[in-house]
Design a protein around this ligand. Structure first.
Ligand SMILES: [Zn+2]
Length: 269
């Protein structure tokens, strides 16, 4: 069994996690830029974070035979400060040319504010001008459905973005259908006991099928579990699904989406 975890924040995880993931069959991870649990005091703080993502983390992953890719952006939580956000936006393009950067992400909305939307639109513009894939964070809890709708509309308003090159992450039962119906890819981020669990994800797969759908652990600095992707294989098996369903959801689908960027070198074998 091999798999890709296409959304995990390895800068917050230990080498023990890399070890366990490798033993469970993980061959590649992709790591979106995110809120690190604290607000950075300057654009220089982001510059250093982007260097960590592009220079150091791939070497750490390689020690365990795992390919490490990343996505660059300013996250929605820190986008509330427009001045700082625009300073960060200025430095994003120089990182988009790095060998392991697959696109712009995870952009999106946190509280659905006007400032967040402004910076989201500006970063959709960067992805458009630099021909980048996009990975989108959607808000949690009561803001999710509305925030997802606003985000999909913002991407469509740009006019040049192919929805087949956009992954909308953190989908749940009440947002997955609109995302898939409008041609986007959908990601389910699996948490141990909050947000979308492994059991709920398998319910969603059984309801909507496997087309343009993937799972990821979203492992970060909070209570999360980098093993939720292989645990999905166990839940699928428990319900009587064959191994090809896990292969589709956790390897073939991420590979198909990510390979739209020629820098993705994960071997399909
Ligand atoms: Zn994330």
């Amino acid at each position: 069994m091999k798999y890709i975890d296409p959304h995990i924040h390895m800068v917050s995880r230990t080498t023990d996690d890399y070890q366990r993931m490798a033993e469970a069959g993980c061959v590649a991870v992709t790591e979106p830029a995110f809120w690190a649990g604290y607000d950075r005091s300057s654009a220089q703080g982001f510059y250093d974070y982007f260097r960590l993502l592009t220079r150091f983390e791939p070497k750490r992953a390689a020690e365990y035979g795992i390919d490490h890719y990343t996505w660059i952006c300013i996250n929605p939580k820190e986008a509330e400060n427009l001045g700082l956000a625009r300073e960060v936006i200025e430095i994003i393009p120089e990182f988009l040319t790095e060998d392991t950067v697959l696109g712009v992400g995870e952009i999106g909305l946190n509280k659905n504010t006007r400032n967040e939307l402004t910076i989201l639109e500006e970063q959709i513009g960067i992805a458009d001008r630099h021909d980048q894939l996009i990975l989108v964070h959607t808000p949690h809890l009561e803001d999710k459905r509305k925030g997802t709708r606003i985000t999909l509309d913002a991407i469509k308003r740009n006019g040049n973005i192919d929805p087949g090159r956009v992954l909308i992450d953190h989908v749940e039962e009440h947002t997955v259908k609109m995302v898939l119906d409008e041609g986007f890819w959908a990601g389910m981020t699996l948490y141990p006991n909050s947000k979308c669990t492994v059991q709920r994800a398998v319910d969603i797969i059984e309801t909507y099928g496997t087309e343009r759908l993937w799972v990821n652990s979203a492992g970060d600095w909070g209570h999360s579990d980098p093993m939720t992707v292989p645990k999905t294989a166990m839940e699928l098996k428990r319900r009587g699904h064959g191994p090809e369903m896990f292969e589709t959801i956790a390897f073939r689908n991420p590979l198909t989406f990510l390979s739209q960027c020629p820098k993705c070198k994960v071997i399909d074998a």
